[in-house]
Design a protein around this ligand. Structure first.
Ligand SMILES: NC(=O)c1ccc[n+]([C@@H]2O[C@H](COP(=O)([O-])OP(=O)(O)OC[C@H]3O[C@@H](n4cnc5c(N)ncnc54)[C@H](O)[C@@H]3O)[C@@H](O)[C@H]2O)c1
Length: 262
C-alpha cells in the first residue's frame, strides 16, 4: 500500500475495538503507515488471532484484552505500552455499545449502550491525555460516530443517542485540547460490510452482498449504491490523524457514500 499520510511513521497509536471489523482495518492501515499500534479490545479470541497475524507480517502491534468501560483496564493499557515505543500521541476510539432499542429501553439497556460509547470514550481519552508528552507534536484523536448520529432510525434510539453524544464529546474535547495542539475529530460511516453485517444480511435478511446492494432499502440507500469496505473508513481516519489534516479539529467527517447529502 502506498503511504499517503504525512507524519504518522514511527508514532504510537492506541486503537480501541481494534481487533475486528473497522478497528482491524484501522490497525492494519496504521501499521502500513509505519505506526506502532496498541489495541485495546475486549475480545481475547479475535484480538490474539489478529495480533498474531499482524506480528507475523512484521508489524509492531501489542494487545491489551479488556473493556474500555473498566477504569483499571484503561489505566493498565496505557501503563503497558511496550518498552522502546514512544508514548501514544494518536488515539482512535472505536469501541461502542451495540444496543438497538426504542423508547421501551430499560435503564440497563441505556447503560449497555452508553457505557462503552460514551463513558469508555471518556476514560480512554482522559488516560491518553494524561500520558501525552509535554509537547505532543502532531497529537490527534479520531472518534467513531456514524450516520446514525445525524438521523432518526426506528428502534435505534439507544444507539443513535450514543453516537450523537460522540459528536458533542468531539467538539468539547477539541476545544479543551486545542491549547495543547491536540486535534480531535470524528468520522460518520454509513453501513460497512464487515463480518457482523455480512452475517446479519445473510442470516436475518437472507441477502448476499450483491443483492443487498441492489436493494434501495439496504446498500441502495447510499448515493454510491453500495456498502463501504472497512479499509474505506480506515483511510480517512488515517488522514485525520495525519499532518495532512493539521488545521482540522472539532468536526465530523461523513464517510457515507453520500447518504447524508440527500
Ligand atoms: N459496521 C458499520 O456499518 C458501522 C457503521 C457506522 C459506525 N460504526 C461504528 O464503528 C465502530 C466499529 O464497528 P464494527 O462494525 O467494526 O464492529 P465490530 O463488532 O466488527 O468490532 C468491534 C470491536 O470492538 C470491540 N469492543 C466492543 N465493545 C468493547 C468494549 N466495551 N471494550 C473494548 N472493546 C470492545 C469488539 O470486541 C470488537 O473487536 C463502532 O463504533 C460502530 O458503532 C460501524
Amino acid at each position: 500500500m502506498s503511504t499517503l499520510a504525512r507524519g504518522l511513521a514511527g508514532r504510537t497509536a492506541v486503537v480501541t475495538g481494534g481487533a475486528q471489523g473497522i478497528g482491524a482495518a484501522v490497525t492494519e492501515r496504521l501499521c502500513a503507515e509505519g505506526c506502532r499500534v496498541l489495541v485495546l479490545d475486549k475480545s481475547a479470541e479475535h484480538g490474539r488471532a489478529a495480533v498474531k497475524r499482524w506480528r507475523e507480517d512484521g508489524h509492531a502491534v501489542s494487545l491489551v484484552v479488556g473493556d474500555v468501560v473498566d477504569e483499571r483496564t484503561v489505566r493498565a493499557a496505557f501503563a503497558e505500552v511496550p518498552a522502546g515505543w514512544d508514548p501514544p500521541t494518536l488515539l482512535v476510539n472505536l469501541a461502542a455499545g451495540f444496543v438497538f432499542k426504542g423508547l421501551d429501553a430499560a435503564p440497563e439497556d441505556w447503560r449497555a449502550a452508553l457505557d462503552p460509547t460514551l463513558i469508555g470514550l471518556s476514560l480512554v481519552t482522559r488516560e491518553f491525555v494524561a500520558h501525552l508528552p509535554p509537547d505532543p507534536v502532531g497529537a490527534a484523536i479520531v472518534n467513531m460516530a456514524s450516520i446514525s448520529a445525524h438521523i432518526a432510525q426506528s428502534g435505534y434510539l439507544t444507539y443513535n443517542t450514543g453516537k450523537a453524544a460522540v459528536l458533542g464529546f468531539t467538539r468539547c474535547a477539541a476545544q479543551e485540547l486545542a491549547p495543547r495542539g491536540v486535534r480531535v475529530n470524528s468520522v460518520s460511516p454509513g453501513t460497512v460490510w464487515n463480518a457482523n453485517n455480512e452475517r446479519y444480511h445473510r442470516e436475518v435478511l437472507g441477502l448476499d452482498r450483491a443483492t443487498a446492494e441492489a436493494d434501495p432499502e439496504h446498500g441502495g440507500r447510499f448515493l454510491l449504491g453500495r456498502f463501504a469496505d472497512p479499509a474505506e473508513i480506515a483511510a480517512p481516519i488515517a488522514f485525520l490523524l495525519s499532518a495532512e489534516a493539521g488545521f482540522i479539529t472539532g468536526t465530523d467527517l461523513p464517510v457515507d457514500g453520500g447518504y447524508l447529502a440527500v
